[in-house]
Design a protein around this ligand. Structure first.
Ligand code: SAM
Length: 170
C-alpha cells in the first residue's frame, strides 16, 4: 500500500496544487493521501467529488499532527526533497523492501526534523521544481513505469482519440 502525505497545506494559496498532488497520487498508483497543515474541507470535498466521478479506491484524509503520522507509520518512510539522495540510486532499494510506503512531499519550507524522521530522503534531480512533478516521477518509477488504467466504478471514462475529446458515461 502506498500512502502520500502532503505537508503544510495553506487554504486558498495551495488549493490547486494540493488537489493536484492528490490526483497525481491516485493516477500513479497510491492508495491514499493525507493532508496536514491547514484543514481545508472544501479542497478535500472537491477532490472527493472528482474521485467519485472518475472511480477507483482512493482515500483522502486530514491529520493535524504530521509527526504522529510519520512516527506511527509501519513501513518505509520516504521524503522527496531536492537535497536528498538521487532517485536513480535509491529506487531499487525502495522496491526491494516490499513494505508499505509513506511518501512525503512539502509545500513551503519542510521542518528539519522530517529529514531525520524518515528512512530515506530522495531527490528527483537536485534542482527546485514541484511536489507534483517529484511525486509523479517517483511513483512512476516505483510502479515500474506502469501508468494505471481503468478505475473501478467510474461514471465517466475517456475514449482515447487522436484529435477529439471523447468521453463515455455510465
Ligand atoms: C516548491 S518545493 C519547496 C521546497 C522548500 N524550499 C524546502 O526547502 O523544503 C515543494 C516540495 O516539492 C518537492 N520537490 C521540489 N523539488 C524537488 C526535487 N528536486 N526532488 C524531490 N522533491 C522535490 C519537495 O517535496 C518540496 O517540499
Amino acid at each position: 500500500m502506498i500512502t502520500v502525505m502532503r505537508l503544510g497545506h495553506r487554504r486558498g494559496r495551495d488549493d490547486r496544487i494540493s488537489s493536484h498532488v492528490g490526483l497525481t497520487a491516485r493516477q500513479f498508483g497510491a492508495d491514499k493521501i493525507i493532508y496536514s497543515g491547514e484543514k481545508d474541507t472544501n479542497m478535500m470535498e472537491s477532490l472527493d467529488d472528482v474521485i467519485d466521478r472518475w472511480g477507483g479506491f482512493f482515500d483522502v484524509e486530514y491529520r493535524e499532527d504530521f509527526r504522529r503520522v510519520i512516527k506511527d507509520f509501519e513501513g518505509l518512510k520516504i521524503h522527496l526533497t531536492m537535497y536528498g539522495e538521487p532517485l536513480d540510486e535509491k529506487i531499487d532499494e525502495v522496491k526491494r523492501k516490499e513494505e508499505d510506503v509513506l511518501v512525503i512531499v512539502g509545500s513551503q519550507k519542510v521542518p528539519r526534523e522530517v529529514y531525520e524522521m524518515v528512512d530515506l530522503n530522495i531527490g528527483v534531480g537536485h534542482q527546485p521544481h514541484s511536489e507534483v512533478a517529484a511525486l509523479g516521477v517517483f511513483l512512476y518509477e516505483l510502479e515500474d513505469r506502469e501508468i494505471k488504467q481503468g478505475f473501478e466504478g467510474a461514471d465517466v471514462r475517456v475514449v482515447p482519440s487522436e484529435k477529439d475529446k471523447l468521453m463515455e458515461e455510465g
